[in-house]
Design a protein around this ligand. Structure first.
Ligand code: ADP
Ligand code: TRP
Length: 323
């Protein structure tokens, strides 16, 4: 079974990215045929500073490897290193009805936030469909916000297959883990770069502490029992705890005598210790950029072979001359 996901190098990775997508990919690489790439063409829709985007792409590669993506197990590459994806994007555009794209929540949300709509932003889901369909993907692990995009990819594949009289494109399924489908940010809303409410994975300890202090909590006297249900600090701590750990924390909430300051200090320790080895690995990789670039090239080579073969069939199906 092939499992594929992509992540945009459009800023620092945060805890929502980690639990929504990255950790799913870490588990998948233990047992599935995992493909993971840096969606740098997609990032062009929001990052307009060339130097910044290329730096962020390199840093994102380092961060993902540091977090445990293992390029010797998973195929790991930068989207722009396999150009076939752009050709498939154009071909698939013919099978992507305007109405389908107009209904995309992510597009509508961005417009609502005042982003001026470009064609790139509008056709974003078609490029994402190309990412998924080029590699015969069975499963796409994502956070809840990306479900509709995977459904769009599936709809486009069905249209293409019907039109071309075959089953050339594999129909993908999304995979969302319910308890981590929407990780809250410091304001309690969905954690997202676009809401400036993220807790970034690789903050230094002081900045992390400062950020955690900004988590909004209900004011309640220290000695009183606290409600853990719906509490953002509890929800974030729970991500790092097993069932026993969660039960123990619930008891601490219910017992009273501790305030949110204590729970926030606990969260700080949980985050800091969970990512300790990733921080060390990151420092090492930052001093060895050649290694990272070699790993990405090897991934692109593997992905490129599959892409080239797939495109031969797709071209033939739609009548583009194959040399
Ligand atoms: P952002 O919203 O910060 O721009 P992205 O859209 O780049 O994040 O998301 C990258 C991946 O991380 C996607 O698979 C997305 O579903 C997942 N993800 C992002 N934020 C969250 C969140 N708050 N909860 C769960 N998953 C998330
Ligand atoms: N749109 C995804 C996001 O913002 C990134 C992405 C691009 C992706 N292509 C993909 C995810 C293909 C899964 C599969 O998070």
């Amino acid at each position: 079974m092939r499992t594929l996901s992509g992540i945009q190098p459009s800023g620092e990775f945060h805890i929502g990215n980690y639990f929504g997508m990255i950790s799913q990919m870490l588990r998948a690489q233990e047992k599935e045929d995992v493909f993971i790439f840096l969606a740098n063409y997609h990032a062009l829709t929001s990052v307009f500073d060339g130097k910044k985007l290329s730096d962020q792409t390199k840093n994102a590669a380092i961060d993902l490897i540091a977090l445990g993506i293992d390029p010797t197990r998973a195929c790991f590459w930068a989207q722009s290193d396999v150009k076939e994806v752009l050709e498939l994007y154009w071909i698939l555009s013919q099978y992507a009805p305007m109405g389908l794209l107009e209904r995309a929540h992510s597009y509508k949300d961005k417009i609502a936030k005042g982003l001026s709509p470009s064609h790139g932003l509008f056709s974003y889901p078609v490029l994402m469909a190309a990412d998924i369909l080029l590699y015969d993907t069975d499963v796409v692990p994502v956070g809840r916000d990306q479900i509709q995009h995977v459904e769009i990819a599936r709809d486009i594949a069905i249209k293409f297959n019907n039109a071309c009289g075959g089953s050339l494109l594999t129909l993908p399924e999304f995979r969302v883990e319910e308890d981590v489908a929407v990780i809250p940010g410091v304001d309690g809303a969905k954690m997202s770069k676009s809401y400036s409410n993220t807790i970034d994975i690789f903050l230094d300890r002081k900045s992390l502490e400062k950020r955690i202090k900004q988590i909004v909590t209900a004011p309640i006297a220290l000695e009183l029992p606290k409600e853990w249900k719906g509490d953002t600090v509890f929800g974030l701590c729970a991500l790092f705890l097993d069932e026993n750990g969660q039960e123990e924390l619930k008891r601490r909430y219910e017992r009273g005598g501790e305030g949110h300051g204590h729970f926030k200090a606990y969260l700080l320790d949980l985050i800091w210790s969970r990512f300790a080895s990733a921080r060390a690995a990151r420092e090492k990789l930052r001093n060895d950029p050649q290694k990272v670039s070699d790993l990405l090239s090897a991934g692109a080579k593997k992905a490129g072979l599959i892409a080239a073969e797939k495109m031969r069939h797709v071209r033939e199906a739609v009548g583009i001359y194959n040399f």
